[in-house]
Structure formats: C-alpha cells, structure tokens
Design a protein around this ligand. Structure first.
Ligand code: ZN
Length: 452
C-alpha cells in the first residue's frame, strides 16, 4: 500500500478522498482543496487555508489598501466574507511591506482573521502604461503617488507578498496589453513562464519567513481585537438571506485547519497567452509542469469582448487539473460570475461591486439601478425587495438617493454593503444550486429562486 511520506499526512492509497489536492505525494501542502459536489463542469467544495475554510466557488471582495473601501472588517465577517484580496502594489507603496510585516502581516495589521489572497503587483504595474519599463529581470515603474522609481522582479514581488503574509499569493506575471499580435503574445507568455519559475524558486526558499509561520497566531486576529471573539468567523457569517454560511459546527473551530500539514502560504501560478487559444493551452501545460497548488487564468477583462473572455476561459479550463483550485482574475458582473462558476471556476475577484457602489451603481435582483436618478426621490421601497441585507431591510431608495445626492459618506458605506451582499448572496445561491445538482438553473432565473 502506498503511503505518503509527509509529516502529518494520513494519506494511504485507496483511502484518499477521490477529488482532493491534499497531500497526495510527499510534497507538503499548506492548503487543501476538497471538491464535494461536481457536476458536468461546475463544482462546489472547500478550500482550507491556514486562516480558515472558504466555500467555493467564491467571490473575493477586493481590499486594495488593506481595506475593502467603506466597510469595516466586522461587517465583512457578518456578510460571510471568507477571503479578501489585497493589492501588493498599493501596500508596497503605502504603508510599505516592512510596516505590515512588523505588525503581524496583513492579518494582524488589518485585524482580519480569515483568509487573504494578494496579487503579485504585476497587474497594477502593467496598467501604469506611461510609467513602466520591462526587461528580462523585471519591471521598473514609477509610483502613481509621488512619481518615485521602483523595480519589481519575480523575487522582490515574492518577498513583498511573503512580508504581507496572505494565505495565497500569486506568481509575478506580465499582464499584456490588448490587443496584441501573435509574436508579442508569445514573447510575453514565455517571459511569464520564466518569471513563474523564478517566483516559485524564491518562494520555496523563503516561504517560512511569513510573519505568522509556526506560531499560534494562525487563525487569530490582532491581540485584543474584538474579532477574536468570533471563533474565527465560522460560528456566524449569517448570510444575507439568513443562511448560515459557515461550514464548521459551532464549538469546533478550526479543527480541519489545524490539520494542515504545513501552515504557510501557498503560491498559485498564472496562465497567460492573450486571446490565442493555442498559447493558452501551452501556457497552461507549461505552468502545470512548474507545479503549483492552484492555477489562475490571467490577462482577461482587459478590454476584449465578453464572448472572447468566455471562449478563452473555457479553452483554458480544459487543460487545468480538476483537483486544484482555479481562479479567474478580475471578473466580473453578477451574471458573469455565475456564468464562470458554471464553467468550473472556483475563485473570482473584482472591484466592480465596490467601485460601482461608490458611483451610485447598485446591482439588484431586478437589474442595475443608478441611485442618483431623480426618479427615486420619493421612492419609499427598498433598494432590492429580494435582498435581505441590512441596507435593504432598513432604508428606502429615497433615502439612499438623498445620501448619494448630498455626497454623504454614509452613501458609500450603504451602497458598498448592499453590492457586496448581492455578490456574496449570488455566489451562495450558485453553490446551493451546484449542491442540489441544479446547474441548469444557473443562467436563468437564479435571482428568482427561493433563497437557499
Ligand atoms: Zn441589499
């Protein structure tokens, strides 16, 4: 009988969960991914990280500068957020990686005990068109804050992400412009592959430098932080519709997490290749050869038509291992996140719900609403009659319209809260549908279904 040699691993041939990326060889893993229900394409499962479990498919709110703009962390917990995204570029510039590291990494600094993912900084750096220069070694760029010059390499991007201490970190990749010709696309893909190898090499040598490795801080908030009381969030997380979003029975916090063989970060690889399906295949295969515990599809949502995005996602997915989490970066609208989940994407992030909220654009079960419009001046109804969030339960459209028109700070808070609730509730319904084997209902009438 085959037995895994890794310390802490109980795997034996024949007893292993059929679809789990947990420690199926002697390589130590710091995340575990378990698929609990798999349909034709979509799947529902759990991603276990050193800072808690994540139900997948998951939408990850973006907390650019160690904050999801306008929403305090305790409310994010109440909304059932299980993982947040932080932007390395922004945090590197302000407040700086060393500052965050010295305060316990992002978890301690922002008093967020649940999981965090950081991007590599590449996407932001490459969106600074006028301010950057790319060489084999890395990228020179100028800060959008003060114009100062900086240099990111795969190694320094890894060092920054290790210092920030997210549970999942991303390889440094080149985010190519759109459109791009075939030669340029191949050159960029090859560079990303070389950078992926360098990212992994540096990570493997330095991952134990993460601010929380090996200590009992794992799964806890900053000392004295009130969120410590919440048994790491999985006791509650009451969802918008009243569903308990936590997986863990009360009184048994973190049992599964504490069995992770290795409590450190996980580095995910990123598949590039532009809009070229052959290059996407090659990029996927060669990234898998390098070997990562999860794979992201990058370089999309860069201005291409939505049908093209879907085509590339579908084409790329068929080359990604089914037992590893698949992360589609930077999407999308509520309809899009449902669609991608139905294709078998496990993780997504997007600034859309939070950014749109700050501009008065609200997503509802009845479509998009621009709350600034005069037609809502006397509208006593809730923003979304089918939403159970604390905003829709309490306030009228007229009041929300007034707050926005008066430029009140509360407008941003309430609008963001509703939009995030709507996204998280949408994903909750998607997971519920997958578990019931009702994938076909995904794309039609998801919002008219009774709440799970
Ligand atoms: Zn609402």
């Amino acid at each position: 009988m085959a037995v895994c040699g890794a310390k802490f691993c109980n795997w034996r041939s024949g007893k292993r969960q059929p679809i789990s990326s947990r420690c199926y060889n002697s390589k130590q893993m710091s995340t575990e991914f378990v698929i609990e229900t798999a349909g034709k394409q979509a799947r529902a499962g759990r991603l276990i990280t050193p800072h808690g479990e994540i139900e997948t498919p998951v939408f990850m709110p973006v907390g650019t500068g160690a904050t999801v703009k306008a929403v305090p962390q305790d409310i994010l917990e109440e909304l059932g957020v299980q993982i947040l995204l932080g932007n390395t570029y922004h945090l590197y510039l302000r407040p700086g990686v060393e500052t965050v590291r010295n305060l316990g990494g992002l978890h301690g600094f922002m008093a967020w005990p649940r999981a965090i993912l950081t991007d590599s900084g590449g996407f932001q750096v490459f969106s600074l068109n006028e301010l950057r220069r790319v060489t084999e070694d890395g990228v020179t760029f100028r800060s959008h804050l003060d114009g100062s010059s900086h240099f990111f390499t795969p190694e320094s991007a890894m060092a920054a992400q290790i210092g920030l201490g997210a549970d999942i970190i991303m390889a440094f990749d080149e985010c190519m412009e759109y459109p791009a010709d075939p030669a340029r696309t191949r050159t960029s893909m090859e560079l990303t592959l070389r950078w992926a190898e360098r990212s992994k090499k540096y990570f493997e040598q330095h991952k134990h430098e993460v601010p929380w490795t090996g200590d009992d801080h794992v799964g806890t908030a900053a000392p004295g932080c009130p969120v410590e009381r919440s048994s790491m969030g999985f006791d509650g997380g009451t969802a918008v519709g009243g569903e308990k979003s936590g997986l863990r029975p009360e009184g048994q916090p973190w049992a599964a997490v504490s069995t992770l063989p290795e409590k450190t970060q996980s580095l995910f690889g990123i598949v590039q290749g532009g809009m070229d399906l052959d290059l996407r295949k090659e990029s996927a295969e060669r990234t898998i050869e390098i070997g990562f515990p999860g794979y992201a599809i990058g370089g999309l949502s860069v201005g291409e038509p939505r049908e093209r995005t879907r085509e590339v996602v579908e084409a790329t997915l068929q080359y990604l291992p089914t037992d590893k989490p698949r992360y589609l970066m930077g999407v999308g609208t509520p309809e899009e996140i449902v669609e991608y989940a139905s294709l078998g994407i496990d993780m997504m992030d997007c600034v859309l719900p939070t950014r749109a909220a700050r501009h008065g654009l609200l997503f509802t079960s009845e479509g998009k609403i621009s709350i600034k419009q005069a037609r809502y001046t006397n509208d006593a109804g809730p923003l979304d009659p089918n939403c159970g969030c604390r905003v829709c339960r309490r306030y009228s459209r007229a009041y929300l319209r007034h707050l926005y028109a008066s430029n009140e700070v509360l407008a941003q808070v309430l609008n963001t809260l509703h939009n995030l609730s709507f996204y998280l509730d949408t994903m909750r319904r998607v997971r519920h549908s997958i578990r019931l084997g009702e994938e076909s209902r995904f794309l039609s009438g998801l919002w008219s279904q009774p709440k799970p």
